[in-house]
Design a protein around this ligand. Structure first.
Ligand SMILES: [Cu+2]
Length: 260
């Protein structure tokens, strides 16, 4: 039924497009993607023109006497060097420059919970599910009042959310297509990622690292709520956590002390 609905409401062209970007920085990734794709298409067309153009120009029909060359004349070396430099400068070096700028100016500008409003979430990946942990009323992680959910991540809209992630078993990858973010979760190490999303709704979270038999089932749901709805949900969940969390339950204590 899902497929049928997709087929009816969306064209193949739409289906081949990336999902809706709901983040403040996603357009940077889209730009890099489009830039890379466009330049690859451009050079592909150039190669085709060369391949078919020269095949036509130097066909046996138009060249009765063969001409042999080793391509080592000054002219040949110059043309080769220019093409090589053009590809390197316009694709390789430029992609490096753009992505480096994006990292320095946006993605590595970590929000500081001490000086601005930041929602903090700890993420534990394991075969084959995602667990999320909120600090609870005491603002300390891995205490009895923590709100812990499985495969159910809820965040407020228009708020910076900072994630610290790790894994219980093998390497997984936290992937949220609508936010254009992907970060590995590694056993024994804490990785970080942050975002700010601007559109309430429900979105997919997937594992993007082949992590075992049920890798394909390792998905969670992201729910972006208005600040009001989020606060109401968090308050209810905190109350529930206070009433039901068992401080001696080892399975519940997978969190860690937050370090910036
Ligand atoms: Cu996984």
């Amino acid at each position: 039924m899902g497929l049928l609905q997709l087929g009816v409401s969306q064209s193949w062209w739409q289906l081949s497009m990336p999902p809706k970007d709901i983040s403040t920085n996603g357009h940077l990734i889209d730009h890099l993607w489009n830039y890379t794709t466009m330049l690859c298409i451009f050079y592909f067309i150039l190669v085709c023109i060369g391949l078919f153009g020269f095949s036509f120009l130097y066909s046996r029909k138009r060249n009765k006497t063969p001409y042999y060359t080793y391509g080592n004349k000054k002219k040949h070396l110059l043309v080769t060097a220019i093409i090589g430099a053009a590809v390197f400068l316009t694709i390789d070096l430029n992609i490096t420059r753009i992505s480096n700028n994006d990292l320095l100016n946006q993605f590595w500008k970590w929000p500081d919970p001490k000086t601005e409003k930041v929602m903090r979430v700890e993420v534990m990946a394991q075969q084959w599910m995602w667990s999320f942990r909120y600090a609870g009323p005491d603002q300390e992680f891995n205490t009895a009042d923590d709100v812990v959910t499985n495969n159910d991540l809820r965040v407020p809209v228009n708020t910076k959310v900072l994630f610290h992630l790790t894994s219980k078993d093998v390497i997984h990858s936290f992937f949220v297509p609508n936010v254009r973010l992907k970060v590995d979760t590694i056993p024994g190490r804490v990785t970080r990622v942050w975002w700010e999303v601007n559109t309430p709704g429900k979105y997919d979270i997937a594992c993007a690292e082949m992590c075992g038999t049920h890798h394909y089932l390792m998905k969670a749901q992201l729910t972006v709520l208005t600040e009001e709805d989020f606060n109401r949900w968090l308050a209810t969940s905190e109350q529930l956590a206070l009433n039901t969390n068992d401080p001696d339950d080892k399975n519940l204590a997978w969190g860690w002390k937050w370090e910036n």
